[in-house]
Design a protein around this ligand. Structure first.
Ligand code: R7I
Ligand code: MG
Ligand code: MG
Length: 305
């Protein structure tokens, strides 16, 4: 199980760092070419991994998702050069200046953001709480709403977290799809998940343009979470690099789709199947690995209580 936790966190971070250079349009890609490596030549990660680290550190320190403390952690880590979403960046700067998070999160969009910024970091909650515990769902909601108060952003985060949790416990694909469809609250997520189940059952080899049309490749939760879930399951028995190559070709919000899909893929397959020796190194790789090991140890302790 420890290897699956490491696979999940590294899958998220590697997906993020390796697909970030392919995100967005020409300007974003050019910028990332300039700032996408550390001085030591390691690949830099973006907001997806940074916020995942913030949740993990906050949980390991406090033993819970304490929203005030996590809001501070998120806002203190904020740096423009991590490529945060435009709304999220504004919210985090307001929190840093002292605005309470539950005012900041509705200050940019009046119902809160429906971006995928809550879902991209949600895999960590599957490594904090037992899947059947009420704390799990609550943890996803609490960690999401600090920056993403919109119901669709939270729904996307829950679906990604459930997918990771089931990948950690090796639930068969058909059961996972059924479970996710049952959990979906909105018509848009339900219909995309039904389509996802259909394509997986029929083993349709959708081309990248068809995936984009069916599930989306943008920055909204409804236009990216099912994409990531579909691709993670479709590529689960294939090499990690095949998954990432497909996402690079898909374009759009590549870092985030790869972070979510990478976390699910890594939770299924474990770190050994990532074949780290063949992949570029990313910044803080050892620290990410150590944090995954700590999360695993903490969850086992809880189990034995
Ligand atoms: O969701 P978020 O934190 O980050 C999304 C992406 C990820 O790919 C990151 O890697 C980073 O690159 O950014 O950022 P937000 O700014 O909250 O939401 C993302 C986008 O969704 C916004 O820039 C808007 O285009 C759109 N969006 C909305 N548009 C209209 N009305 C989100 N909420 C709304 C809304 O209420
Ligand atoms: Mg990002
Ligand atoms: Mg992104």
């Amino acid at each position: 199980m420890e290897d699956k936790f490491i696979g999940c966190f590294l899958g998220l971070a590697l997906g993020d760092a390796m697909c970030a250079p392919y995100e967005g349009g020409v300007a974003e890609r050019f910028l990332w070419r300039m700032i996408g490596r550390t001085k030591a030549g390691e690949l830099r990660f973006t907001d997806d991994t940074q916020m995942a680290l913030d949740i993990a550190r906050s949980f390991l320190r406090d033993g819970e998702i304490n929203q005030d403390k996590l809001a501070r952690e998120f806002s203190e880590s904020y740096k423009w050069s991590r490529g945060y979403g435009p709304g999220a960046g504004k919210i985090l700067k307001k929190i840093r200046r002292g605005l309470p998070w539950n005012q900041a999160n509705i200050s940019v969009y009046k119902d809160g953001s429906f971006g995928n910024g809550a879902a991209m970091r949600a895999p960590i909650l599957a490594m904090c709480f037992m899947p059947s515990s009420p704390e799990f769902k609550q943890g996803v909601i609490r960690s999401s709403e600090i920056t993403h108060a919109h119901a669709l952003a939270i729904e996307g985060a829950l679906l990604v977290a459930y997918s990771v949790s089931h990948a950690l416990s090796d639930m068969p694909d058909s059961e996972l799809c059924r479970y996710l469809i049952e959990c979906a609250d909105s018509e848009i997520f339900r219909s995309k998940l039904q389509l996802c189940r259909q394509h997986l059952q029929n083993k349709t080899e959708l081309k990248s343009n068809d995936v984009k049309k069916a599930f989306g490749n943008g920055m909204t939760a409804k236009g990216s979470c099912v994409t990531a879930i579909y691709l993670a399951i479709r590529f689960r028995d294939k090499p990690f690099m095949d998954l990432l190559s497909f996402i690079k070709k898909l374009g759009g919000d590549t870092d985030t789709i790869a972070a979510m899909a990478g976390a699910i893929w890594g939770a299924s397959n474990g770190a050994k199947r990532l074949q780290l020796e063949d992949l570029p190194r990313i910044e803080m790789q050892n620290e990410i690995q150590k944090i995954a090991i700590k999360l695993h140890a903490t969850m086992n302790l809880d189990k034995n209580k």
